[in-house]
Design a protein around this ligand. Structure first.
Ligand code: NAD
Length: 260
């Protein structure tokens, strides 16, 4: 695990997407916290979600810990207004949020429903636009926004289905957002993460096969781990990557370079 000394001292970050201690967002949050960041958190609405996430994040003593369904403009506005009240500004956003109705990940892609498509796109792709727009107003001294994608955006991964199409939209959205926000020195990047076992990935038919195949075929002959994703997130969120924006950085043990 990469460690430096207070890389994010005095910085304020918003973490969206912690569900439990296996969440990619949580691994990133732990790394940012170790580096001195002050963190605000959102959780999916509902008492059991709140309890589960609160137990985890209370060690970081967040001044902002609020429900946020990214399909709700009011929820998003409420979170950013609370951040403004508490901190007056924001430096970092981690957007690690995705969802598709389970049937859309079980049935063949050609069976994707209009409703399933809308829900998946809204939560998994559009939300980055809405969140970046809200963050822009609080990033007067510049900032860094990070989202998490997957190789299924570029190639067909049987079973990933509409989520692959969402990730393609998410990745290109990263580029358009980078263009719009660049003049304000707000950078927008994505990690294209190799498969790791989490609550979300457990819902993907064929996930075990994705992991097995990646371990056999990637140049490093193994799967990526959460610490490696977190270390790369630290890099992309920090000044160490000040010249990088609109980038989709593969953190997948090299799997994406292999043709056969
Ligand atoms: P996770 O289940 O821990 O995190 C997904 C998060 O999305 C959860 O916290 C959930 O509450 C949140 N979410 C879902 N619907 C939401 C909504 N309407 N509003 C707000 N939040 C909502 O799983 P994870 O694997 O850590 O996923 C984080 C990100 O990483 C996702 O974008 C996922 O697609 C991406 N990713 C995961 C893998 C993997 O193999 N696990 C690989 C590449 C990319």
């Amino acid at each position: 695990m990469l460690t430096t000394m207070g890389l994010f001292s005095g910085k304020v970050g918003l973490i969206m997407g912690v569900a439990n201690d296996r969440s990619i967002a949580w691994a990133i949050a732990e790394a940012l916290h170790r580096e001195g960041a002050e963190l605000a958190y959102t959780h999916l609405p509902g008492p059991s979600n709140e309890r589960r996430v609160r137990r985890l994040v209370e060690a970081h003593q967040p001044k902002v810990f609020l429900p946020c369904d990214v399909q709700s403009d009011d929820d998003i506005a409420n979170v950013f207004s609370a951040i403004e009240d508490q901190y007056g500004q924001l430096d970092l956003v981690v957007h690690a949020v995705a969802f598709a109705p389970p049937a859309e990940l079980r049935n063949p892609y050609v069976e994707t429903t209009r409703q399933g498509w809308h829900v998946a796109m809204d939560i998994s792709a559009y939300s980055l636009v809405a969140v970046s727009r809200a963050a822009r107003g609080l990033m007067e001294s510049g900032g860094s926004i990070l989202t998490i994608s997957y190789f299924g955006a570029e190639k067909v991964m049987p079973g990933y289905n509409v989520m692959g199409v969402c990730k393609a939209a998410l990745e290109h959205s990263v580029r358009y957002l980078a263009w719009d926000l660049g003049p304000k020195n707000i950078r927008v990047n994505a990690i294209s993460a190799g498969p790791v076992r989490t609550l979300s990935s457990a819902g993907i038919a064929g996930f075990d096969e994705m992991q097995r195949h990646a371990a056999q075929k990637s140049p490093l002959r193994r799967n990526v781990d959460l610490h490696e994703l977190a270390s790369t997130a630290v890099f992309l969120l920090s000044e160490m990557s000040s010249g990088i924006t609109g980038e989709i950085l593969h953190v997948d043990c090299g799997y994406n370079i292999v043709g056969l």
